[in-house]
Design a binder for this molecule. Sequence first.
Ligand SMILES: [Zn+2]
Length: 301
Amino acid sequence: MRIGIDLGGTKIEGIALDGSSEAARIRIDTPRDDYDATLAAIVDVVAELERRTTTHATVGVGIPGTLSHTGLVKNANSTWLLGKPLRVDLERRLAREVRIANDANCFVVSEATDGAARDAAVVFGVVVGTGTGAGISVNSEVLTGPNGIAGEWGHNPLPWPEVDETPGPPCYCGKCGCIETFLSGPGMARDHETWTSLREQAPSIVAKATAGDVGALDTMARYEDRMARALAGVINVLDPDVIVLGGGMSNIDRLYDRVPAMWSRYVFAAGVDDVVRTRLVRAAHGDSSGVRGAAWLWRER
Ligand SMILES: [Zn+2]
């Protein structure tokens, strides 16, 4: 049995996986701004999952951030985790080894293991919602890198920018024109407001585009071209077999036809063989990919 924990800013979700099958699941509120209570909550979730399944399980945890080379949490927007030795503290309390990975990395492991990208060797997984997290899986193992940031393409600048896209909107990371400021849900809403003066959230813009609204259709077209450019940059560097989309924006059906139709304009292909073989697919496990991927951190190799 493998237990996965998705430690989110508002919810802690726990799952017990028996092979690929879900044996039990728990969801509780995250004790925000309280590190010790967060540790205790995770221990409680593990204990309850083990009680329900009468097993002793491995434990993997997905976090909104990553562990630095010294084992301290960094890059987390759940700021009460920053600088804390989360793995050491959890291992002591749970009396076992614990594996911890970035939540987008858990997402890509889940989809590469038994999801939309199973059987693909190299997978780029993108979670596009309020932000744009991303991770890389090679043969179903997460690629982390010495800085723990492999895949964090959301804070690269948008490639092949138009004049009106530079310097681009300010990003919380301190730079301007990051991919995240264009492709996140709030990024789409900001762009739509710039062009139409209408304040609407991404789901409403998508619905209006489906109904034929001209302003919303224009916003969608700009969004798709930007996603095509951003992912073409990934294809040029990584050349993945599959790109999996998760998060709220992955529910936009038309992305899966239109973005691959546009990215061949940007992918490096000089003349002869200009068919891009990389596939763009929607996550198979939806919102459960993060917690399933945390459990899969203990996949046998
Ligand atoms: Zn940024």
